[in-house]
Write a protein that binds this ligand. Structure first.
Ligand code: PEP
Length: 255
C-alpha cells in the first residue's frame, strides 16, 4: 500500500513567531481531527525546521521538510544548505524541482538530478515536482515534457532508490492561480506518470509510488481530487498557511 501524504509548502512566508503558532495549531488540529493513516509533511523556511521538529517530536503523523537544498555535502557555497545539514536538524523530506525554483532560480532537470542523489544519500526523501505550463499544455507537448522531467531527473535511480521518492504533479498554470486542474485532468496525468514508472521499473514499483497533486488545492476540491485512483494526496501552497484549511485538506481523505 502506498503512503497517502498531504505536504504543505510555506514558501517564503511567515515570520518565526507566526510560523510556530501556525505549526502548533496544525499539530493540535490534525491530532484531534484526522483519521486514517495519511502522513502530513510541513515544509517551512529552512530557519524554522529545527524548532518545528522539536515541536512534533512525539508525533508519528507529522514530519518536517525543506523546500530545496544544495547538491554538495559541504564546501564553499555561500548561502547554501546541504541535505545532510537538513538531516542533522531532523528534517525528513526535501521538495525539489518546484516550478518556482525552475522559473526564478534556473533549476533544470540536469541540475536537479544531483540534488535528488544528495537528498537520498543524506537519508531524506525527495518530493520531486514535475508539471507543464499552460502554453505547453495548449501545444499538446505536456506528456512528452513530463516524461522528460522523469527521465532526466529521477529515472537514473535504482528501483530501491526510486522507492524512497515522492512525485508531485503540479501543473504550473494551477499553482497559486486559484485555477485547479479538474480531477479528470489530474487523474489522467497521474495515471500517465504511474505508467511511465511501470515501464521504467516495474508494476510493483509504480503501484508503491506516492504521487501528489499540487495546484490550488483547497478544502473544497481536495476530497474529489484525492478520490481519484492515482492521486495519493496533495502538495499544498497557499492553503497550507491557514491551519483550518490545511487540516480540512488532510481530513479530505476521510470524507
Ligand atoms: C505549490 O506551490 O506547490 C502549490 C501547489 O501552491 P498553491 O497550492 O498555492 O497553488
Amino acid at each position: 500500500m502506498r503512503k497517502k501524504i498531504v505536504a504543505g509548502n510555506w514558501k517564503m512566508n511567515m515570520d518565526y513567531t507566526s510560523g510556530l503558532t501556525l505549526f502548533s495549531e496544525v499539530l493540535n488540529m490534525v491530532n484531534d481531527e484526522a483519521k486514517g493513516d495519511q502522513q502530513v509533511v510541513v515544509c517551512p523556511p529552512y530557519l524554522y525546521i529545527h524548532s518545528l521538529v522539536q515541536l512534533s517530536k512525539n508525533n508519528s503523523r507529522i514530519s518536517v521538510g525543506a523546500q530545496n537544498c544544495h547538491q554538495a555535502d559541504s564546501g564553499a557555497f555561500t548561502g547554501e544548505i546541504a541535505a545532510n545539514m537538513l538531516n542533522s536538524v531532523g528534517a525528513d523530506y526535501v521538495i525539489l524541482g518546484h516550478s518556482e525554483r525552475r522559473q526564478y532560480f534556473g533549476e533544470t532537470n540536469q541540475t536537479l538530478a544531483p540534488k535528488v542523489d544528495a537528498v537520498l544519500k543524506a537519508g531524506l526523501k525527495p518530493i520531486f515536482c514535475i508539471g507543464e505550463t499552460l502554453e505547453e499544455r495548449n501545444q499538446n507537448i505536456h506528456l512528452g515534457l513530463i516524461k522528460d522531467q522523469l527521465v532526466e531527473a529521477v529515472f537514473h535511480l535504482t528501483a530501491d532508490e526510486f522507492a524512497k521518492i515522492v512525485i508531485a504533479y503540479e501543473p504550473v498554470w494551477a499553482i497559486g492561480t486559484g485555477v485547479t486542474a479538474t480531477s479528470e485532468q489530474a487523474q489522467e496525468i497521474h495515471a500517465f506518470i504511474r505508467a511511465e514508472i511501470a515501464a521504467k521499473y516495474d508494476a510493483t514499483v509504480a503501484e508503491n509510488t506516492t504521487i501528489l497533486y499540487g495546484g490550488s488545492c483547497n478544502p473544497k476540491n481536495a476530497a474529489e481530487l484525492f478520490s481519484q485512483p492515482d492521486i495519493d494526496g496533495g502538495l499544498i501552497g497557499g492553503a497550507s498557511l491557514k491551519s483550518r484549511d490545511f487540516t480540512d485538506i488532510v481530513k479530505a481523505f476521510n470524507s
